[in-house]
Design a protein around this ligand. Structure first.
Ligand code: GRF
Length: 258
């Protein structure tokens, strides 16, 4: 953690997420969950960096790539909360090791997708999250989240959208489809999230060749290497204020508007 920054415990929240989650929902905070509000030495909220919330379901290698670029001082952002639907997700362990607050919302503990979404939305808001990063989050959410974070929520997809995207196209299904179609190039796409699955404005794309002897697993690994470059880059540009959404197009500005 950078010098001069202090992380407050959950008790310091004015509006802790658990207060806004119905009791039957059984959401809980990870062991020793530290908090989400970053303060300077005088106790003031530090607003010089973008407050990032990351949603994960699995290993969290993309989140790690972003964390590494933040630690290197290359992204003017800070991950203040990591949310998962999977209590055992290794991404949570990565977050805990880095002293980042975690929250787990087991999907099946909720009566509906809507209640699940609102619980997560409440947690993000309570943590003061400004940018939501979906990094291998395997649950569909309702439009409440997209509406609340329109133009402030990103996702990464392991193919070159608009090809090989949309409902049902996730994980190995994507790479199987790329190979079955005979595409010679694949890659990854970071995009803003809209209600259309994988359909939001594209921020960054990177390519990876498809090799003759590729299996879905070998292609996935090659694409993942590119994801680890593309996602931190998209987050960096956002935190520098250099992204401007114009309809379907995201313009990358040379510098942030004054
Ligand atoms: C990545 O392939 C990403 O494109 C997809 O889910 C995977 C997450 O991997 N949305 P990781 O958890 O970041 O390692």
């Amino acid at each position: 953690m950078p010098r001069g920054l202090r992380v407050f415990s959950r008790e310091n929240y004015a509006n802790p997420p658990l207060d806004s989650v119905p009791a039957f929902c059984d959401a809980w905070w990870g062991d020793g969950a530290a908090a989400a509000t970053v303060h300077d030495e005088d106790g003031n909220v530090n607003n010089s960096v973008t407050r990032i919330g990351v949603l994960v379901s699995g290993g969290g290698s993309n989140m790690q790539a972003i964390m590494d670029r933040i630690d290197a001082g290359e992204i003017r952002g800070r991950i203040v909360l990591v949310v998962s639907d999977q209590p055992e997700a290794f991404a949570l362990e990565r977050a805990r090791r880095a002293g980042i607050a975690t929250a787990v919302y087991p999907y099946h503990a909720y009566p509906s997708r809507g209640v699940f979404t609102v619980a997560i939305l409440d947690a993000l808001r309570a943590a003061g999250v400004e940018l939501v990063v979906l990094a291998g989050f395997m649950r569909m959410l309702t439009g409440d989240l997209e509406a609340a974070y329109a133009g402030r929520m990103m996702n990464i997809h392991p193919a070159l959208l608009p090809s090989f995207g949309g409902p049902g196209m996730y994980g190995h299904h994507v790479h199987e489809a790329v190979l079955a179609y005979g595409a010679k190039v694949s890659g990854c796409t970071v995009h803003f999230v809209t209600e259309e699955v994988d359909g939001g404005p594209i921020i960054v794309q990177r390519t990876a060749p498809v090799r003759e002897d590729d299996t879905p697993a070998t292609l996935a690994a090659r694409v993942l290497e590119q994801e680890h470059l593309a996602y931190p880059e998209a987050v960096r540009l956002y935190c520098d204020g250099r992204l401007r959404i114009e309809g379907r197009r995201v313009r990358i500005l040379d510098e942030a508007p004054v």
